[in-house]
Design a protein around this ligand. Sequence first.
Ligand code: HSE
Length: 337
Amino acid sequence: MRINLVGFGVIGKGFAKTLIMKQDWLKSRYGFEPRVVSISDLSGTLVNPGGIDLSATLETVNRTGRIIDCSGASGMQSLDAIRGVEADLMVEVTPTNVVTGEPGLSHMLTAMDAGKHVVTSNKGPLALAYKKLKAASEKKGVQFKFESSAGGAMPLINLANEVLSGDEIISIKGILNGTTNFILTKMTKEGTDFETTLKEAQELGIAETDPSYDISGSDTASKLVILTNAILGREATYSDVSVQGITKITPEAIALAKEEGFVIKLIGEVEDGRLSVAPQLVPENHPLNVDGTLNVASFTTDLAGDVTIVGRGAGAIETNSAILSDILSIYRGVAGR
Ligand code: HSE
């Protein structure tokens, strides 16, 4: 399977590392031999129809910061690479933008138009234009998969749509942002202040490039829209969510909640068709009370009751667990395995 990789930041480099790490296993387990035939970043595009040397590329980009410095790179822009470099599938992992969805939205529409399957972790285009993207993929008969975009490594969409496919999912509720969970956990357990703890979260590398996306609740809202559409079959967009972040949570409010046996968590919830993100009081012994950077989501279903899953919602390698699972699902479908 030939892959156009678009975006070579934390997740894109993590994708390259994951393929290097899993190369032999993927071949022996599934007969799967992915070939990355182009890598684009803002500086240009590296092309090799025979398969790019991922280790050499990582080495060069880690040293210089840019694809254009790799031997064989050209100034070809991402859209030209998506149109012009032959491949079966595009992995789109450029930084998210919840205002315009760009450049990810154009990358995805262009790839679909060129008859390529799309796998992405990019939340912005999905939260803004899911209906348009879904329609474009259906029109062209290509697969469109985005498990990694909401909940990182947690297999939420597959769990709901495949494993629980006989159940009606009635509501979804959870912690979908690791940065805010880390901040609230530290403020609760160590009594640290908001600003200091936010700096620590940024140092961990899980906060968005602009951390206001995290603390304002906007990142959680994007993920909630994605889950609502993919699992509940809705066509919601970001503007349908009532959003409140964690900036107004004081150490005093946290201490008061603790005295009563509660913790404060930033919860995303869709229930009775209403989408909301807001700090909520969660009983200390409740399944949604998970610590640190962990994410958690509970589905309320008609047959199975409540099903809760906990896992890592961010991280270069963890996110690529879900990206790889989407790619394998497409490969196994195409190859009839
Ligand atoms: N900033 C996000 C988080 C990264 O903290 O969960 C994963 O989407």
